[in-house]
Design a protein around this ligand. Structure first.
Ligand code: SAM
Length: 281
């Protein structure tokens, strides 16, 4: 039986299985095993529970996760050509790699594998944000369902996830993510590291779900408040929040917030206070 170290180079796997990259599936393959190793190591100890990998492609990151000692890797891939190409890796994993043919957007994360569950993936860029949002909803329902996520996004999206107040990238994605998770931008990967190279730089982000959200409020109300505030981000809040609170200036005053402030100046806790006020109005 082939050992992981003896698997053919990824370029050979791609050529043998005719894995011409499909743009519609966000296919930019990472073939540098030093880089995939770095991503796998960023997820820490993998010897318990399951690692969920979305979109294994030809399997570079999958190999690194297995080599890093993952107890179980459950890889969800939409492209059946990739699943055929991964068969040798599956045999070499000696039962540790399970392949699932499907659309990651349709598989509830808390039904995959076992806890402690880690999600490690070079995400297909066209669905990266909706995937993250669906996982955040799952974490909100059950904070223990995911222990850690190490995810690659387009750099611009990674900046929107990790931004702080005052930064132009700060908005709904930063607030929802950091309300529920500790977020850290780890490192960038240049387009040339991928086959084919994407147009933009990529960044790896680590997200660790908090035991409790940063402040109490209903998620739906937080989404409503941030949508209103950042939908018109250059306007003053007393104006942009009028659709939600007819007396927006008064509400802001009650909460100790400047009515002339703009959305990007508020802390996550301030948005939670607005969300609580909305739920109680
Ligand atoms: N992990 C591989 C790597 O690092 O080389 C491939 C990453 S590539 C950016 C994204 C992968 O996600 C592709 O293999 C693609 O086929 C797969 N994919 C795209 N849409 C998907 C979906 N809805 N569900 C599951 N996998 C999907």
């Amino acid at each position: 039986m082939t050992e992981l170290e003896d698997l053919p180079p990824l370029r050979e796997v791609i050529a043998r299985h005719g894995l011409a990259a499909r743009k519609s599936l966000g296919q930019n393959f990472l073939l540098d095993l030093n880089l995939t190793g770095r991503i796998a190591r960023a997820a820490g100890d993998l010897s318990a529970g399951s690692v969920i990998e979305i979109g294994p492609g030809p399997g570079g990151l999958t190999r690194s996760l297995l080599q890093a000692g993952a107890r179980q890797v459950l890889a969800v891939e939409k492209d059946s050509r990739c699943l055929e190409a991964l068969e040798d890796t599956r045999s070499a994993s000696k039962g540790r790699l399970e392949l699932l043919n499907g659309d990651a957007l349709e598989v509830p994360i808390d039904t995959l594998g076992q806890v402690p569950r880690k999600i490690v993936a070079n995400l297909p860029y066209n669905i990266a944000t909706p995937l993250l949002i669906s996982w955040l909803h799952a974490i909100h329902r059950s904070p223990d369902c995911v222990e850690c996520m190490v995810l690659m996004f387009q750099k611009e999206v990674a900046q929107r996830i990790t931004a702080s107040p005052g930064n132009k990238a700060y908005g709904r994605l930063a607030i929802l993510t950091q309300w529920l998770c500790e977020a850290e931008l780890l490192f960038d990967i240049a387009p040339g590291a991928f086959t084919p190279p994407p147009k933009v730089t990529s960044s790896v982000v680590r997200l660790i779900p908090r035991a409790r959200p940063r402040a109490d409020c209903r998620l739906e109300a937080l989404e409503q408040v941030t949508a209103a505030a950042f939908g018109q981000r250059r306007k003053m809040l007393r104006q942009s929040l009028k659709g939600l609170f007819p007396q927006a200036a008064e509400v802001l005053g009650e909460l100790g917030l400047q009515e002339t402030a703009r959305a990007e100046e508020l802390e996550i806790e301030d948005f939670c206070a607005l969300a609580r006020r909305l739920s109680n109005s």
